[in-house]
Design a protein around this ligand. Structure first.
Ligand code: ATP
Ligand code: MG
Length: 163
């Protein structure tokens, strides 16, 4: 996967992760496939929470660890946000059994935690958000793999999260 643009950030605390997610939301456009990478507790769900908050979603954002996917229709917006968590997959073919392909459509922004668990069934990433523990905070690398994803990142002022 060729990288079109790449940025590194340091997120000092949970609020920073939420704020970055919120900032990212302002420039998202469907269709978009986002892989959320990082260990257990790296902050993937927190980032999605910030993103949904930025899109005007005021309700809860549950981790889809058990449900596999949670879908949201943010107000004043035609996008559907589909938030997946494949952590509990015991085999990549569970992707097919669950019929997840139909959630990838032109209006969809699909955010996928643990994408590697779905193997080759998982659509290629436009954008990869890789989080890692850098106690007490987190390191985040944002990698755009398509021109569309690069255009979503380009207007972001990431300087407040760069150290
Ligand atoms: N930048 C940060 N600095 C410190 N703690 C953070 C940061 N971002 C998130 N956290 C905290 O990390 C914890 C785990 O976050 P979260 O549930 O988002 O991780 P996750 O990557 O989704 O984990 P899992 O793989 O288990 O789903 C939460 O308590 C959250 O508040
Ligand atoms: Mg999570």
């Amino acid at each position: 996967m060729a990288v079109v643009a790449q940025y590194d950030c340091f997120l000092a605390d949970e609020a920073a992760t939420l704020n970055l997610g919120q900032a990212l939301a302002a420039h998202l456009a469907a269709p978009l496939v986002v892989w959320l990478e990082g260990d257990l507790g790296a902050g993937k769900t927190t980032l999605v929470r910030g993103l949904l908050r930025g899109l005007g979603h005021h309700g809860a954002v549950k981790s889809p660890t058990y449900a596999l996917v949670e879908s949201y229709r943010p107000p004043n917006n035609s996008m559907e946000i589909n938030h997946f968590d494949l952590y509990r997959f015991t085999h990549p073919d569970e992707w097919v059994d669950a019929g997840l392909d139909e959630l990838f459509h032109p209006e969809a922004v699909c955010l996928i935690e643990w994408p590697q668990q779905g193997g080759s069934h998982v659509p290629a990433a436009d954008l990869r958000l890789a989080l890692s523990h850098a106690e007490p905070g987190r390191q985040l690398t944002l990698s755009a793999h398509s021109a569309h994803a690069a255009a979503c990142l380009h207007p972001l002022d990431l300087s407040i999260w760069q150290k």
